[in-house]
Write a protein that binds this ligand. Structure first.
Ligand code: SF4
Ligand code: SF4
Length: 64
């Protein structure tokens, strides 16, 4: 699933990257998270564990 990042809130702490069970999140050169591979399980851990509530999972209509 695509990740939507609120760059005003994100502190580039890397917690989302560390917690992703699929290890598919990386930080770009500006320290903003992005998905390296399209193998997201939609588990929601990255969204749940972001201390700044800066990350939102964009779920497809049928999964919502
Ligand atoms: S956990 Fe939140 S604040 Fe930290 S890098 Fe990820 S999106 Fe940014
Ligand atoms: S929803 Fe789960 S698998 Fe997908 S990027 Fe976030 S932590 Fe990783």
């Amino acid at each position: 699933m695509p990740l939507k990042i609120d760059i005003k809130r994100c502190t580039s702490c890397g917690i989302c990257m560390d917690r992703c069970p699929m290890d598919i999140i990386r930080l770009n050169e500006e320290g903003i998270p992005f998905q390296l591979y399209d193998e997201c399980w939609s588990c929601g851990v990255c969204e749940e564990d972001c201390p700044e509530k800066a990350l939102t999972l964009i779920l497809p209509y049928l999964v919502r």
